[in-house]
Design a protein around this ligand. Structure first.
Ligand code: SAH
Length: 246
């Protein structure tokens, strides 16, 4: 008997385009094609190197692509620079770069193997607005060309909020912002307040994501108000081991 199950790697493009529309962006055929290529390369490379536990096409669309695009509602309208710390297989940075060619996206990833995947994606998708850096945030944040230069810093599933603040706020210009993606009730903001304020930031707001599949998600916005002291971030590993204020 013959079962026709469709192309193994095809992703639900209707879910993707409807979700994106709800988040305020119309995906062009070119962008949809880029997401399809991204998904199939993710699935193929994931068999060789550990990139993600999420491999079901529907889940790739919801938990990787749309979850990344949920940040769109908070990003500046015009050209802006964004740094994605601990991007892994490119989330949230690559989906944002696909739909916003006017964003200059810097992807930071400590693991070289994952960075090779990011380079393959950048080439396959022709993403000229993406820069890939293989290093630790603790080291990079002390480089003058990167320190306090970005409009926005993000980092998904990298660390608890106090640690994430130390890995992201040093990169952000005054009046720029950090946006952290967290599950509702997963962390208390209070536990990170000392860290945020020590690093020159202030907790601004928390917003929900207007998609049923992402009903538990919250976007936490931290605004940069004053320069970060030169001693931050501390040495590699210290922000995670000993979060400020904890
Ligand atoms: N943001 C991706 C990956 C999360 S896993 C996603 O949401 O799917 C966390 C990633 O951050 C890992 O790939 C790890 O190598 C990287 N990472 C952790 N600490 C880091 C640091 N200090 N500097 C740079 N990358 C880091």
């Amino acid at each position: 008997m013959l079962y026709i199950i469709g192309a193994v790697n095809s992703i639900p493009l209707d879910t993707l385009s409807h979700g994106a529309a709800t988040l305020g962006v119309t995906l062009s055929p070119y962008m949809l094609d880029a997401f399809e290529k991204y998904a199939s390369l993710l699935i193929a490379w994931n068999k060789k190197i550990n990139l993600t536990a999420i491999v079901v096409p529907q889940h790739i669309v919801e938990k990787h692509f749309l979850d990344s695009l949920s940040l769109l509602t908070l990003l500046p309208q015009g050209p802006a620079s964004i740094i994605d710390i601990g991007t892994g297989a490119g989330f949230p940075g690559i989906p944002l770069a696909i739909v916003r060619p006017d964003l200059a996206v810097t992807l930071v990833e400590a693991t070289a193997k994952k960075a090779y995947f990011l380079k393959a994606i950048k080439t396959a998708l022709g993403l000229r607005n993406v820069t890939i850096v293989i290093d630790r945030a603790e080291t990079l944040a002390h480089q003058p060309r990167l320190r306090e230069t970005f409009d926005v810093a993000v980092g998904r599933a990298v660390a608890e909020l106090a640690t994430l603040a130390e890995l992201t706020l040093p990169f952000v210009r005054i009046n720029g912002m950090v946006v952290a993606q967290k599950n509702l009730g997963s962390e208390s903001i209070e536990r990170a307040t000392v860290a945020i304020e020590t690093l020159g930031g202030i907790y601004e707001k928390e917003v929900a994501v207007p998609l049923p599949a992402l009903a538990d998600r919250r976007l936490i916005v931290i605004r940069k108000k004053t320069p970060t002291l030169a001693m931050y971030p501390r040495r590699v590993g210290v922000p995670a081991k000993k979060p400020i204020g904890n």
